[in-house]
Design a protein around this ligand. Structure first.
Ligand SMILES: NC(=O)C1=CN([C@@H]2O[C@H](COP(=O)(O)OP(=O)(O)OC[C@H]3O[C@@H](n4cnc5c(N)ncnc54)[C@H](O)[C@@H]3O)[C@@H](O)[C@H]2O)C=CC1
Length: 403
């Protein structure tokens, strides 16, 4: 396998990505009747994901973590009903699409390199899936909705009871699917530390035009069954017991922070902990109701709630937070746990670094370049200048208990 050759052919294909992706799906669905049913009705986000995943692989061929990443991806793809027979079918369509798109760059040597690369990727993914199956891990967990609470127009807290034991750590997330929105999975943080009764909470903010969040906020009722993927994400506690830490949560970013606090509350000792809770308006500070209870259970907890002023844009709360942070001291001694919208994280991280927090001590879910944009940049330079819209879910971060 020749990494240089793979990258140079991929660079040509990437410039004609729309054409390549359209050809790929047409070829796949034409030659494999029934496969179309495995994909969501709206293929556009899927198309971007395919290229994001391929870019991830092609740019990390020398990365020793790639095999683990692909193993986890294969394990995770079981929820999409990706049977082993699908892998060669996808490979055949992908290589044909590349051959059609790469023009003169598609030499016999390039074809050989891509065939070898795809075989390796598929083998590692299938092995991950097989290992999960042998370990008795379900492809997804059926979970019954036992409670559905509304906060304002756009927010709901759902309590689910998985029918089989569901393992996760405080701070992790899961993909969620509902038969109301077939074949679509969306990622939500698990909003509580594991409970003796096994139930898990999800905090869902309705996104305008978002079919899944609308279904979860407006339509889903107790008694209904949702599907949960295996938990993932490495935003779990990494701070030694008793050492100082700061939590910063914006909007439903409260969910993972709430879970981390609940875990800390079991044995807080004298731990110094700071919590900044940020929301678009006072009435959206829905976590506030629980703060007294947390403050009682964690004596060293200091809490600051920040919201935008009435009739001001939601991002004013971020400006207020960034102005408030320097009033707290000793940033170099704190681990910082952050959760919230991608734009919020992008603005907050540099300020924390400027205040003295080491980048390695700032923990948040990673933001891969999984675009929703339909006007695709034409090359690496344009890609950097105009990156696609970010989503916070990162399958690479799916490493429960990762140090
Ligand atoms: N684990 C995590 O990191 C989690 C992330 N989220 C993300 O949070 C978002 C949901 O947000 P909502 O609850 O509706 O919050 P929201 O849209 O009400 O925003 C909450 C606050 O975040 C700040 N903010 C939002 N967009 C910003 C931007 N572009 N630049 C600077 N600051 C910004 C503002 O201060 C705003 O008041 C989704 O994007 C979701 O993916 C949600 C839960 C967990």
């Amino acid at each position: 396998m020749d990494p240089q050759l793979l990258r140079s052919t991929f660079a040509v294909v990437e410039r004609r990505a729309e054409q390549a992706v359209t050809f790929f799906y047409s070829h796949l669905f034409w030659h494999n009747p029934g496969v179309r049913d495995l994909f969501p009705e709206d293929l556009r986000p899927q198309r971007d994901r395919l290229f994001a995943a391929l870019t991830h692989v092609v740019t990390r061929l020398d990365d020793p973590g790639l095999a683990d990443y692909l193993g986890r991806l294969g394990r995770d793809h079981r929820k999409f009903l990706a049977a082993p027979a699908l892998y060669p079918a996808v490979g055949a369509s992908l290589l044909t699409a590349f051959a059609r798109t790469a023009g003169t760059a598609w030499t016999p040597a390039a074809e050989k390199a891509w065939t070898e690369a795809y075989t390796l990727v598929a083998d590692l993914m299938m092995r991950g899936a097989q290992e999960a199956e042998q370990a008795g891990e379900p492809a997804w967990w059926d979970a019954d909705v036992v409670r559905h609470l509304r906060y304002g127009d756009d927010l709901a807290v759902l309590t689910l009871r998985p029918r089989q034991p569901y393992m996760y750590s405080a701070g992790q997330y899961a993909s969620v699917s509902s038969l109301r929105v077939p074949r679509i999975w969306r990622t939500y943080s698990l909003a509580n530390a594991p409970r003796p009764d096994g139930t898990v909470d999800l905090h869902v903010s309705r996104i305008r035009g978002g079919r899944m969040s609308t279904a979860l906020v407006d339509e889903v009722r107790p008694g209904e069954t949702l599907r949960l993927s295996a938990a993932g994400g490495a935003t779990v506690h990494r701070t030694p017991a008793g050492a100082p830490r700061t939590y910063i949560a914006a909007g439903t970013g409260w969910a993972p922070v709430r879970a981390l606090l609940e875990e800390l509350a079991v044995d807080p000792g004298e731990t110094e902990a700071r919590l900044f809770l940020v929301a678009r308006a006072r009435e959206y500070l829905y976590g506030q109701a629980e703060l007294d209870a947390f403050a009682q259970r964690i004596p060293g907890l200091g809490v600051t709630c920040i919201a935008s002023a009435p009739r001001h844009p939601r991002d004013q709360a971020t400006e207020r937070l960034l102005q408030a942070l320097p009033a707290s001291l000793h940033w170099a001694d704190h681990d910082v746990y952050l959760a919230g919208p991608p734009g919020f994280l992008t603005e907050t991280v540099p300020v924390l670094e400027a205040l003295g927090t080491a980048p390695a001590r700032i923990f948040h879910d990673r933001l891969p370049a999984i675009g929703r944009s339909h006007t695709r940049p034409q090359g690496a330079a344009e890609w950097l200048l105009s990156p696609p819209e970010l989503q916070w879910h990162d399958p690479e971060a799916r490493a429960p208990g990762e140090p």
